[in-house]
Design a protein around this ligand. Sequence first.
Ligand code: MG
Length: 375
Amino acid sequence: MVRADLAPYAAQEARSRGRQHAEPEATSRSPFQRDRDRIVHSAAFRRLEYKTQVFVNHEGDLFRTRLTHSLEVAQIARSVARSLRLNEDLTEAISLAHDLGHTPFGHAGQDALNECMREHGGFEHNLQSLRVVDELEERYAAFDGLNLCFETREGILKHCSLENARKLGDVGARFIQRQQPSIEAQLANLADEIAYNNHDIDDGLRSGLLTLRQLADVPLFARHARSVETEYPELPERRLTHETVRRMINTLVTDLQAETSRRIADAAVASIEDVRRAPVLVGFSPALRAEADDLKRFLHQNLYRHYQVMRMTAKARRIVADLFRAFLDEPRLLPLDHQARVTAHAPRGIADYVAGMTDRYAIKEHRRLFAIGES
Ligand code: MG
């Protein structure tokens, strides 16, 4: 049944391109709600709790992990979806699944694994998220993976090379045709950016790697911090930070809603097919886009390349590369259930195993393989 409460350009379950394996519909949940539930029940989703966002899991209990990051993304995306009358369930499913393919140790792990896989088709966490939901989860009797709807899978695959797109069939087609995914997918993508830019400031300050004085040079942060200080001159630093960050999120979300509505009106989209053919519809106004880019640049220079983060990154790269090479040289070092999987294409199977590890599992496995006296 087509939902009349949604905008005409929203993704409608009744018009979904469906699942790879035919299944009877659930009686009490819509297909996208069911996708979300399958994602939440997956093993890969639970592993996100112990995977790095910026700070390695053991560095502190209050820092974001991939799991809390994914929840923040979903929460931001859902509220915007509701206000624009988009399909909230689809945007939630995509948001919760968007990082399922992340390696241990965040981007350091992904870069190391990509390097290891250079001769074997490369490694890209985005593509891996799709691989997790399409193939790697082993939970259902009738199929591998989670058998999600096309629209959810399309949203998970944010970007991919043309070479990979050609191998992917239906979800790859849009990269070849240069089309966009649903607005819900575009929204999940921007909600990801809003979430990490803001929580990385918060975590950066909490860790002491960033200071409020440095952030005075970042216009988006500085003007919100100034308005908080004017209203509440005596506020302790922790409250000032949170109050500033929450106002920044509000500014970004409000701007995103207004700009997206404007673009939707300009493009005169009346269906999801129009959305696919239109230019990107979800975005910030040019002024806020520039401010968000400044903030990103600041975080790159001052947080992601902080020497303490770089030390962790260097260790993480070494762990991932060591693990991959040890298993490639001798696949019989793999646990038995994984040995069975790597027979067809050893490098990809090993990459799947390493990518699936949590930070602490990778550290333990590295010790078990390389430290004498450990088993
Ligand atoms: Mg993310």
